[in-house]
Design a protein around this ligand. Structure first.
Ligand code: ME8
Length: 521
């Protein structure tokens, strides 16, 4: 039984084109959770990678001008683009699994052999529909008029001998499991969606493609004329990725598989049944977030309405992009992207609220106090003391509130950011209400010191709490405050920060720089 480990995954993306803002969204959310759990002192494993087999990739290879049989060359060219984008976005994954890696292919074949030995795989005839862009099989009942119910494109009609996985055998078990484990599929509306889907009789899943029609895949270990259906191959990455690092025993099962709602059925129906057939432990939570859209349409490479995350990161900064994606919509819901909305949030939250708080605090410190923070924080001005105690209360509640939201199975990432920004707002108001410049004019240095010390306390804690979301900006705040070392080394541990107050070291030398988030016009 694992104790202090946290295993989190992203989907593995198709490499038929470069990543867009939708892929970046999942990566950033998982990176935030991973960084957060590291700050709790847990041992974290963050797995990502690429899904490189199947008809879609075969088609993309042909379209690229490389001939049949040169798929590996094609994917080898695209994969570095994914890694480059993740580096630019500050995604600190622990391992990048590729489904063309030998450890993955071996794992797939081993798992399929086991399922066959268990009597869960058999040969039969597939007579139904297939969607190449979604790489998904559909029954007559699901595909009205030969149109894909997921992406609305025309389907292929397929009638051929294939191998099947006995999903129907496990239908009742899965329904009971989902009902008994309230947080297995999150958020709740997704759980209901899966339970709704399971009200219909589950058909067995076609898990092979005959090589004479589509040969780009992992060969079936028990029949050389077939390759494994790409989804059956891809889902196994969550095990092979750990195996590649000899980390399986330490981290299995996953705490979270983070995906978007488009691939919920594959993760919440196929995958648990595959694991059940293999007698393997199930992931604790499958969390399906929403879609980024342009107008009413999902942003997707096949629709061509993509937004390039690197362009935005270069224009506004990586951390601004990370902040926008997680603050603009509650995790789990859809969001509509516009650059205007991005700029609006950037200016109001980052330039005005956070950037200003840092700037005003450091400017006052430079102007009003001889030494940065005097160890003597006693202040005889009752008014200032009363205000100070209010801000102290707000700040002491910050880590517990952030913790409550980040560790909630609903993954309240937006709401955690709201808590942090609310303390920033309170601190800005504190400056307005206490007007330290007046105390300075009256030469009451003790009151000035009290107020500025409080603001430094706030900024220190805010930098820590923001680190998972905005790692670069929070380190810059830390450095400007003159604090030593790295924010990432701090712990968001309630036990260790029981009273999150008076933790700012006295006598610290500040290092004020240009504004962190210059206003965008
Ligand atoms: O489905 N909004 O790969 P894929 C939010 N290879 N998230 C989005 C998005 C959008 N508009 N567009 C894409 C596959 N995503 C399979 C997965 S896993 C074993 C195999 C993100 O390249 C989101 O995470 O089509 C979604 O689930 C994923 O990209 C789909 O990526």
């Amino acid at each position: 039984m694992k104790k202090n480990q946290f295993y989190i995954t992203t989907p593995i993306y198709y490499v038929n084109a470069n990543p867009h803002i939708g892929h970046a969204y999942t990566q950033i959310a998982v990176d935030v959770l991973s960084r957060y759990h590291k700050m709790l002192g847990e041992e974290v494993f963050f797995l990502t990678g690429t899904d490189e087999h199947g008809e879609k990739i075969e088609e993309a290879t042909l379209k690229s001008g490389l001939g049949q049989g040169r798929e590996k060359e094609f994917v080898d060219k695209i994969v570095p683009n994914f890694k480059k984008v993740w580096d630019i976005l500050g995604i600190e994954y622990d391992y990048f699994i590729r489904t063309t890696d030998s450890v993955h292919k071996e794992t797939v074949q081993e798992f399929l052999n086991k399922m066959k030995e268990n009597g869960d795989i058999y040969q039969g005839e597939y007579d139904g529909w297939f969607c190449v862009p979604c790489e998904t099989f559909w029954t007559d009942g699901q595909a009205k008029d030969g149109i894909c119910p997921e992406c609305s494109r025309k389907l292929q009609r397929i009638k051929e001998k294939n191998y099947f996985f006995k999903m129907s055998k496990y239908q009742d078990w899965l329904i009971d499991y989902i009902k008994a484990n309230q947080t297995f599929i999150m958020p709740k509306n997704r759980r209901n969606e899966v339970l709704g889907f399971l009200k219909e009789e589950l058909t067995d899943l076609c898990i092979s493609r005959p090589k004479n029609r589509m040969s780009w895949g992992v060969e079936l270990p028990f029949d050389k004329d077939y390759v494994v259906y790409v989804w059956f191959d891809a889902l196994i990455n969550y095990a092979s990725g750990l195996r590649a690092c000899h980390a399986f025993d330490k981290y299995w099962p996953a705490d979270f598989h983070i995906i978007a709602k488009d691939i919920l059925r594959h993760h919440a129906v196929y995958w648990p049944i595959m694991l059940k057939s293999l007698s393997m432990e199930l992931p604790k939570t499958i969390f399906a977030h929403g879609w980024w859209k342009m107008g009413d349409e999902k942003i997707s490479k096949s629709k061509g309405n993509i937004i390039d995350p690197v362009f935005l990161a270069e224009k506004y900064g990586v951390d601004a992009l990370r902040y926008f994606l997680l603050k603009a919509v509650s995790f789990g819901q859809d969001g509509v992207y516009t650059e205007d909305a991005f700029i609006h949030l950037y200016n109001s939250d980052l330039a005005n609220d956070l950037g200003n708080l840092l700037n005003r605090t450091l400017t006052m410190l430079e102007k009003y106090l001889e030494s940065p923070v005097s160890p003597d924080r006693k202040c005889l001005v009752q008014e200032a003391v009363a205000q100070s105690s209010k801000i102290r209360t707000a700040l002491c509640a910050l880590f517990p509130r952030v913790k409550e939201r980040m560790e909630n199975p609903n993954l309240f990432l937006k709401e955690a950011l709201e808590e942090i920004m609310s303390v920033v707002g309170i601190a800005n108001k504190y400056i307005e209400e206490t007007a330290p410049w007046k105390y300075n004019k009256a030469n009451n240095k003790k009151a000035v010191d009290l107020i500025i010390s409080d603001l430094l306390e706030v900024l220190r804690s805010v930098a820590i709490a923001l680190f998972p979301f905005m790692p670069h900006a929070s380190q810059k705040i830390w450095d400007q405050l003159g604090l030593r070392g790295e924010v990432r080394g701090e712990e968001i541990s309630i036990e260790k920060n029981a009273d999150n107050w008076r933790r700012f070291p006295a006598g610290t030398k500040i290092a004020k720089k240009d504004p962190l988030f210059p206003r965008v016009q």
